[in-house]
Design a protein around this ligand. Sequence first.
Ligand code: GLY
Length: 236
Amino acid sequence: QIPTTLLAQVDSSVGGKTAINHTLGKNMIGAFYQPRLVLADTETLGTLPDRELAAGLAEVIKYGLIRDPEFLAWLEQNLEYLLARKPEALAFAITRSCSNKAEVVARDERETGERALLNLGHTFGHAIETGMGYGEWLHGEAVAAGTMMAAELSAILGWLKPSDVARVEALFARAKLPVRGAAMPPEHYLELMRHDKKVEGGRLRLVLLRGLGQAVVSDEASETQITTAIRARLPK
Ligand code: GLY
């Protein structure tokens, strides 16, 4: 794999997931197929459109949120250097993201457990991508808005403080990423989310945050709570 976007360098080129986007759901048809080598040449990012760079930052921020609070703090201090494409900052963020991902995938390649944490914001985000038609929202943009919904839901469950939610929002906003989802009725989100591969036994299993830097997979949220979280993050 020779990834030439930030998103591919920090996420999709690592770990062997290959899949296609189907009108009924994203990444539902695919296979695990490990590359022999991943060559991430950061010079290719020099010509990446700003919007694509920001989309990649959503997945970078994800690693901080799910399992690396020290990296989250580093991102809060250094985000502007990443936006300015400073080579040292980009190299650090890409390496740290890949180490986080490699650690998780090495323990759970086929996603029987821990790997699912890498899907923070993705069940909400996939609903946006599928609902709006692929290509309207970039994957990272949908992940950012979806992560805000997951953060709201974590706050509703009493796991995050409102100030934690505000901290996540501030970081995405600085990265010029959307902090609200697409204008679709919450029922439509739920319908699309029920088709997502993370649904088991009729309960929505979602990646939520017990704290910043501490993601869990949980089916504790009721559909009413999920609807409230989605509604809180619809366009104003
Ligand atoms: N992008 C999530 C994963 O590779 O598991």
